[in-house]
Design a protein around this ligand. Structure first.
Ligand SMILES: C[S@@+](CC[C@H](N)C(=O)[O-])C[C@H]1O[C@@H](n2cnc3c(N)ncnc32)[C@H](O)[C@@H]1O
Length: 272
């Protein structure tokens, strides 16, 4: 399939623990209360290797069936490698995968949905894709729990004036034209909120954050490299200046002095 912006399974595995720590349990439990009685069917959009399912399944009642949607089958295949997660009662969930582009999503793809979920997805979508997703959710009428959409706020410590310059370029990179797709970046979550509100749905939101420090230096290093790489790709004039900045941050990281807080939004929407 053309147009796929590749995400590596190594990166998804590296961030899975921090994602699990960061996602809003409060919104997940509120979503659980909105489920109709009986078997639960969850459609997870942009599922990757199934990180959202592994986190959320144990918080929901069973029996559960998860349908993982992604256009990258190499990632969804991985979701079937290990034993499935268990539901709130400790029973394994059923898992199936579907490949396809979210721009074409309709209510019929969300067959039987009790809940639609996504994690770390809205910022990598186009407006057309997000409209298709919200329309499909509204048509099918089941609640939507969309976790960990990037807000563009990254706070590094110790402070350095170059943080803001890199942050601005990174945020512009998130909204780049990628293979003909104009990405929403940090506007993804607010646009989703607005579209659900237009449909007359109720929306609850909360800020969720990664706290990266020397407890997980590998994730901090990888996040920082990716953040600066994206900024330089977007604004090549930053290349020279970023070399010294990278050296400084690498030395701070090696001494256990570097930390970063990266903010996200989690959103729960449901029909009135
Ligand atoms: C940042 S990853 C997050 C994966 C997973 N939700 C997680 O939290 O680990 C975004 C995922 O969405 C998928 N994706 C992005 N845009 C898509 C689209 N337009 N159609 C289908 N899948 C898409 C990517 O292949 C990738 O697996």
């Amino acid at each position: 399939m053309t147009g796929i912006v590749d995400v590596s399974s190594d990166w998804l595995a590296l961030r899975e623990g921090e994602d699990a720590r960061a996602r809003s349990q409060e919104l997940a439990l509120a979503a659980a209360k909105l489920l109709p009685p009986g078997p639960v069917v969850v459609h997870d959009l942009g599922s990757g290797t199934g990180s959202m399912m592994r986190w959320l399944a144990p918080l929901l009642p069973g029996p559960q069936r998860w349908v993982l949607h992604d256009w990258n089958v190499r990632l969804t295949e991985r979701a079937l490698d290990d034993a499935p997660p268990v539901d709130r009662a400790g029973l394994p969930v059923a898992v199936e995968t579907r490949s396809g582009a979210l721009a074409q999503l309709t209510a019929s793809d969300l067959d039987g949905a009790s809940l639609v979920t996504a994690s770390a997805l809205l910022d990598v979508l186009t407006a057309r894709e997000l409209h298709a997703i919200v329309d499909a959710c509204v048509d099918v009428g089941s609640p939507a729990l969309f976790a960990l959409s990037v807000t563009g706020d990254a706070e590094l410590s110790p402070y350095d004036p170059r943080d803001a310059i890199v942050g601005r370029a990174f945020n512009a990179h998130q909204r780049r034209l990628a293979d003909g797709r104009s990405l929403l970046g940090r506007y993804g979550a607010p646009i989703a909120r607005g579209l659900f509100a237009l449909a007359g749905w109720r929306v609850r939101e909360t800020t969720t954050q990664w706290h990266l420090d020397d407890r997980e230096p590998g994730l901090l290093a990888e996040w920082f490299d990716g953040w600066v790489d994206a900024a330089v790709e977007q604004t090549p004039e930053l290349r020279d200046e970023s070399a010294a900045y990278r050296r400084l941050r690498a030395a701070q990281l090696a001494r256990g002095e570097l930390s970063a807080v990266i903010r996200h939004r989690d959103l729960l929407a449901w029909p009135r």
